[in-house]
Design a protein around this ligand. Sequence first.
Ligand code: ADP
Ligand code: MG
Length: 218
Amino acid sequence: MLLNVQEVWKSYVSGADEAEVLRGVTFTLEAGHSLALMGESGSGKSTLLHLIAGLDVPSSGSIEVKGCVMSHPRDTERAALRRSLVGVIFQQFNLIPSLTVAANIRFQAQLAGRFDEKWCAELTERIGLKEHLGKYPESLSGGQQQRVAIARALAAKPALVLADEPTGNLDEATAQNVLDLLLSITRETETALLMVTHSSKHAEALGQQMTLRNGQIA
Ligand code: ADP
Ligand code: MG
């Protein structure tokens, strides 16, 4: 199994208040499979994705990607695992404004020592970004920016892509186009995909679906 999430609890403490967001989340995802994560706003979807990406640590429980402990307490350990195993796509694109499209796509793969020129060329061609490589993110449409973010997420050939409402900022036609591209390219590359979405139509396009409710998988 590629992703193994076991009994993950997460609470946020501020002052005397403690909010328990995740209360024993357990699920697995096989290599190359796709899974849609649904749930009301505030149900903890982004929290769960952040934990799987190693951007934060659970209060208790364990998360493994390819047998590596993504819930490791040390930041540097998690960052190294994230760079080599996981690609992340956010709703707000999160491209680096001072870098060209080409540099945005390459940057993290280079940091991880996993940059492959031939693969990046194939990827940008496949994602339809070839004529935009020298441009800066601000001159691109939302759909084009999200396509850059998809290419960036796949540049280091991760085993798992995490996408947090990747089409939430796009109009419906563009959203469908970006979703189709994300699904077809993760399928072709046999990359597992865990995607948060509000749309049951979009969720149904993925192999499996699950819902977070009251801090647990419903
Ligand atoms: P979703 O993505 O499903 O909308 P989130 O994971 O963003 O939900 O948030 C779940 C709950 O955790 C919300 O009540 C939110 O306010 C709270 N929360 C999220 N991140 C933090 C944080 N860094 N500090 C404190 N509370 C947080
Ligand atoms: Mg969210």
